[in-house]
Design a protein around this ligand. Structure first.
Ligand code: UDP
Ligand code: MG
Length: 335
């Protein structure tokens, strides 16, 4: 299906020819590349030309799945043109709105046909030229190859925010994974199938994949400055990621919170007894300490309610079976 250098296998999935039934030869795809895109009009052309060049040189059969995450600029038009030019390798999934990078990747995962799945950012921060290195590691027998950005080219804020998120993730999950935010990764298909089955929507899909992998490896990859445009992450989105990471994987935060609650209520019990004693012996002055104590209790309470809300929200969406995303259109050549 995909490349001019066609060295890969073709697997017959047809019915028996001798019985006169029509045989259908399904072309097997070696590599599916999934790219989430949100307002990346300046980067699509350069990205696709570099990517096509790299992939054609591998001699593997491949498909590139762009997931347009509700772009408002000329991205949809650019992707449509690209599909028209290269219908054999390009597929475009278009959402009806903006659902976030990880949901876009997940939608791509639901449609992949390749034996190996590679994820990549659209802004060329992950050079496509690194893909053959990842595929080589997969050929060596690893089932997940995670890139880590040896030297980051991001703003100070973005780099440190990401470092904090990485350490929260390490603490909450205990997973050995160098750089959760680096999207240049390659997976064997079975891992992707498992991730899709979980129906997860959070940023935890990379960590989940890591959990399902039997033989993962981290490799250093180069990281470049964004080719054009600005980061699509603002402070709110980064805080959402930290929350997703905390609550998406375990009930530990809830348990920690319960323990803190218990400790504070015992401390406040003792405090109350002390105050009562002071009152009895006539040593009771001022209310400052009391207020401080009440504020502390209130803040813990509010935090706890928020935390409970996170879990409740997750359960609510799961029970209601809300769609995680709505696809407006899929451009692909029918086999
Ligand atoms: N992205 C997306 N939806 C969003 C935000 C980002 O699909 O809501 C895509 C974006 O187009 C890019 C990738 O996710 O391909 C990474 O985004 P960005 O470069 O803004 O993140 P950063 O490099 O700052 O982590
Ligand atoms: Mg980027």
């Amino acid at each position: 299906m995909a490349t001019s250098k066609n060295t890969s296998k073709e697997r017959s999935v047809g019915l028996d020819l001798k019985n006169g039934t029509k045989s259908r030869v399904k072309k097997v795809i070696d590599v599916s590349i999934v790219i989430p895109v949100f307002d990346e009009q300046e980067n699509i052309d350069l990205l696709s030309s570099r990517l096509l060049k790299v992939m054609n040189a591998t001699g593997k059969k491949y498909e590139i799945i762009f997931v347009d995450d509700g772009s408002k600029d000329a991205t949809p038009k650019k992707l449509r043109n690209l599909f028209k030019k290269q219908p054999n390798v390009i597929r475009v999934i278009t959402f009806n709105g903006n659902y976030g990078q990880y949901v876009a990747i997940l939608a791509g995962f639901e449609h992949v046909r390749g034996d190996v799945v590679v994820t990549l950012d659209a802004d060329l921060q992950n050079p496509p030229e690194e893909i053959p290195n990842l595929l080589k590691k997969i050929d060596e027998g690893y089932d997940l190859v995670g890139g880590y950005r040896a030297k980051r080219h991001d703003s100070f804020f973005r780099t440190y925010a990401s470092k904090i998120v990485n350490s929260i993730r390490a603490g909450a999950t205990g997973l050995e994974m160098r750089d959760h935010g680096c999207m240049l990764r390659a997976y064997k298909k079975f891992i992707i199938d498992e991730v899709v089955k979980t129906r997860e929507t959070s940023t935890f899909i990379t960590a989940l994949a890591q959990k399902f992998a039997g033989n993962p490896i981290d490799v250093p990859v180069t990281h470049e400055e964004r080719a054009a445009g600005g980061s699509k992450y603002n402070l709110y989105k980064l805080i959402r990621i930290a929350f997703d990471l905390l609550t998406g994987f375990s009930l530990v935060p809830l348990q920690v919170f319960t323990i803190i609650g218990m400790l504070i209520s015992s401390a406040s019990g003792i405090y109350f007894l002390v105050e009562l004693f002071k009152k009895v012996i006539g040593h009771h002055h001022g209310y400052g300490l009391h207020f401080a104590f009440v504020f502390l209790l209130l803040s813990v309470l509010i935090l706890g309610v928020g935390l409970l809300g996170e879990y409740l929200g997750r359960a609510y969406f799961a029970v209601c079976e809300h769609p995680r995303f709505v696809i407006r259109e899929i451009l692909e050549k029918k086999d």
